[in-house]
Design a protein. Structure first.
Length: 391
């Protein structure tokens, strides 16, 4: 990166983290140091280390998805812990290549928040108008969530509602911190709860996001070698390529004169409890990951003896202990959590059987035979099936 604001910001962020760690600063401002490790099952997806004083929260975070990257950030704090100015720089891969840096600065003013986003030679400026006391949202950056919890504890409030500014996003996002017990809070995450265990001052000791679409668990540590984690993420990306943790796949088959296509996300078990855990019993499941599972048939067919006309649909499932219902839904192109029961075409019973060997990656298959086929959905030790036939 040529000399300019972006390079200057990288230097300031690195210096902020270094100064916050100096013994003199620690003595003067009671600097705290900590780290968070973010796990999806037995797989590490992010790591963060940070320092905090009365006036500065500065840290570094490495992340795997959707691309390996390193973020340096600094949040300047007011007397009540609210952020008055925020600076961040995102570097690709292991964070050593500064030529592709993307930088953002967020200035919290009396009546608005001013955002500047720099990427290469491009500079974008805009304003957001959140409610007073707004904060910052960055995916998988939990020191910022901790700052919200500490603000709530310092106020003695059981509920704290805050608008969050996401650099690059034009509208603020709203969240609410609710104290459930002296050392337990929930944080709203796009309509789902993050369950947080804290100490008396509001420091996050552990966070459980299993009720959200992220499904991660976060633990607090005294220190983490974030640079080593970033190198491992970058090396893994070189071997396996970039993209979401749950890759998309496509299944195609012919049944009679009908061409069938299923497009779906394929999550990994990663050591987690699947049935009754990742796949909830008694609740509609997206039947995969990320975007809704798409299904197209060019001809009229039956699934489990139930007629499905030619067309494009989304597939959901309603799992129960001894089986599941396959839901063929008319809505298409939506995110997997956007299920509208009013759009259901049909619900079809699926037979269940136990697999002899566990299947690590969720798999959908259509197995043609004698002009008909069998639909198979399998994950971990559970398989659901239904016959498919031309109509």
């Amino acid at each position: 990166m040529p000399p300019g604001p972006g390079r200057d910001l990288i230097a300031r962020l690195v210096l902020a983290a270094a100064l916050a760690a100096l013994p003199g600063i620690a003595a003067a401002q009671a600097t705290e140091k900590a780290a968070f490790l973010v796990m999806l099952g037995n797989d590490t997806v992010a790591a963060e280390r940070f320092t905090r004083s009365d006036t500065l929260l500065a840290g570094t975070r490495a992340i795997r998805v959707p691309r390996a990257a390193v973020v340096h950030y600094a949040a300047h704090l007011g007397r009540d812990g609210a952020i008055t100015r925020f600076e961040m720089t995102t570097l690709p891969g292991d964070g050593t290549d500064t030529t592709q840096a993307q930088s953002s600065t967020v200035s919290f003013q009396m009546d608005s928040v001013r955002v500047t986003v720099e990427s290469g030679d491009s500079v974008r400026r805009y304003a957001v108008n959140p409610a007073p006391g707004a904060s910052i949202f960055l995916p998988f950056t939990y020191s910022l969530y901790e700052n919200l919890v500490r603000r709530a504890v310092a106020r003695g409030a059981d509920t704290l509602t805050v608008d969050l500014v996401f650099p690059g996003v034009l509208n603020a996002l709203r969240t609410t911190v609710i104290r459930r017990a002296p050392r337990e809070v929930t944080i709203d995450f796009f309509g789902d709860p993050l369950f947080v265990r804290t100490d008396r001052a509001g420091r996050i000791l552990a966070l459980d996001a299993s009720a959200t679409t992220q499904k991660v668990r976060v633990t607090r540590h005294a220190s983490i070698d974030v640079a080593a984690v970033a190198r491992a993420f970058a090396e893994r990306e070189l071997r396996e390529g970039a993209g979401p943790l749950s890759r998309r796949d496509t299944v195609r088959a012919t049944v009679g004169a009908a061409e069938l296509t299923i497009d779906y996300g394929r999550p990994l078990a990663r050591g987690r409890v699947i049935m009754g855990g990742v796949v909830p019993l008694g609740r509609v499941w997206r039947t995969g990951a990320n975007a809704a599972t798409g299904f197209t048939t060019t001809g009229n067919i039956t699934i489990g003896g139930v007629e499905v006309p030619a067309g494009s649909y989304s597939l959901f499932t309603l799992p129960v202990a001894d089986g599941a219902m396959l839901i063929v839904n008319r809505q298409t192109g939506q995110w997997g959590t956007e299920y509208d029961p009013a759009q259901d075409l049909v619900r079809i019973p699926l037979a269940r059987r136990e697999l002899a060997e566990p299947m690590e990656r969720f798999t959908i298959a259509i197995e043609p035979a004698d002009g008909a086929a069998t639909l198979r959905l399998a994950w971990e030790r559970t398989e659901w099936t239904a016959p498919i036939a031309p109509r």
